[in-house]
Ligand binder design. Sequence first.
Ligand code: SF4
Length: 329
Amino acid sequence: MTTLIDRIGKTDKEDAAPVRGAARHPEKRHRPDSPVLRKPDWIRVKAPTSQGYAETRAIVKEHKLATVCEEAGCPNIGECWTKKHATFMILGEICTRACAFCNVRTGLPEGLDADEPRRVGEAVARMGLAHVVITSVDRDDLPDGGAQHFVETIQAIRAAAPATSIEILTPDFLRKPGALETVIDAAPDVFNHNIETVPRLYLSIRPGARYYHSLRLLEQVKARDPKQFTKSGLMVGLGETRDEVMQVMDDMRSAGIDFITIGQYLQPTPKHAPVARFVDPEEFAGYAAIARAKGFLMVAASPLTRSSYHADADFAQLRAARAQSLAAA
Ligand code: SF4
């Protein structure tokens, strides 16, 4: 799964002493701290205080669900939850990978919660969502990587909220034969899997993953079910060069990816990878223009862009862009 993060310290679920990255990420405990750069003005967001935020929070708690919005400390939570847009995180709250950018807790996960799909469906119906995004932790410990649980969640949402379009943001199902096909065949509307960074940085930023495997995953989605929109995201500010970003865009287009998201990496704790630099809004606009020229159906690129940011409005635009391109063909 992919998450960009923006919180130093505890989450709601931690009432122990300050963690500064160590308690949630035991594998990072002995790493030296990296200095956390001061955020520029264009990254700053308001604290969440709205009535809509409180209502979303109540529904999430009532259904005993996890969200990546909270677990990753997403800076957009105030805006998104005010509009009742939450991205549910299934398969537990503990991830079996140890990516250097991600604030989701790492370690040995617990067993599967068989009732979780039903509760997700019920929450989606309660929130009256036109479009929902479902993501998960990585579950390398499960024989199918959690593929069947994704399927059951998609089915439960369809049953409870048939008009809601479904976007999934999946792990890479590395070394889980048949898992990807199982999920594709559940026919989500959007299949999202994040490339995250340029291939040169995989070893330090995403050591458990393989760049070409992630690309190939998205290519396979398109080959098996061309109706599904494919989507992928990239973080910038990790030390990549502009040429490397261009190359990733070309690779994504070669894999038939419809929608690219590009956002600023934010360092969640001093134990995580440092921000190499803050990419300014004009440079994001430049990336967006280049991505459009390269043929993506849809592009979202800004400092606060995240995989699921404005996903509902973007899905409507994505559909319109496909219809327009088919009409022009
Ligand atoms: S951008 Fe995505 S992860 Fe962040 S708050 Fe919005 S829905 Fe949640």
